[in-house]
Write a protein that binds this ligand. Structure first.
Ligand SMILES: Nc1ncnc2c1ncn2[C@@H]1O[C@H](COP(=O)(O)OP(=O)(O)OP(=O)(O)O)[C@@H](O)[C@H]1O
Ligand SMILES: [Mg+2]
Length: 151
């Protein structure tokens, strides 16, 4: 799979086959989030997700990178094409070495926020995506992997 981006009058071709490690982005400021979401939308489009799902999945990516910026301060987002025996899909990984979560179950509950958010980010990522894995330890950081399959 080749990811072809046409932006600011330039054409950029990125090799995105399943064997590739994925696209890795450093995120720490809001414009990093915008960039990640932009690329995610293009990837999802080329993977064949319809517009509605593109927006939904891109919003899940945005929630994860926003949480990195807000709570972890800085970290990385990895976007990747994945496949199994009968379908292809999209995987987003979010990692940071920030403060971590003292209680993961609480963090996944709707309306729980230690910041001044609505506490809807993580529950919506879980709802939108097909698979969701989270690892977080106080003082060690947070790692989240979420996948969405085409079928
Ligand atoms: N990367 C992270 N590192 C540390 N804590 C996190 C991280 N991501 C989420 N959390 C914790 O989980 C809580 C819930 O996250 P969630 O994204 O659901 O809500 P929110 O960011 O507070 O608000 P919203 O996303 O609705 O704006 C956060 O308030 C925070 O305490
Ligand atoms: Mg959030």
């Amino acid at each position: 799979m080749k990811l072809i981006l046409k932006a600011i009058g330039k054409k950029m071709v990125i090799n995105m086959d399943e064997t590739s490690a994925g696209l890795v982005f450093d995120v720490s400021i809001p414009s990093d989030n915008a960039q990640v979401v932009f690329i995610a939308r293009h990837m999802l489009d080329q993977l064949g997700f319809d517009k509605t799902r593109q927006y939904l999945i891109a919003s899940a990516v945005s929630e994860l990178s926003t949480n990195i910026i807000r709570y972890g301060k800085k970290g990385i987002i990895i976007l990747k094409k994945i496949s199994n025996a009968n379908q292809t899909g999209f995987e987003v990984t979010a990692r940071d070495n920030g403060p971590g979560m003292p209680d993961i179950q609480k963090a996944l509950k709707e309306n729980y926020s230690t910041g001044n958010g609505l506490g809807l980010g993580l529950p919506s990522v879980r709802r939108i995506m097909d698979e969701f894995e989270i690892w977080s330890k106080p003082g060690q950081g947070t790692r989240i992997i979420a996948r969405k399959w085409m079928l």
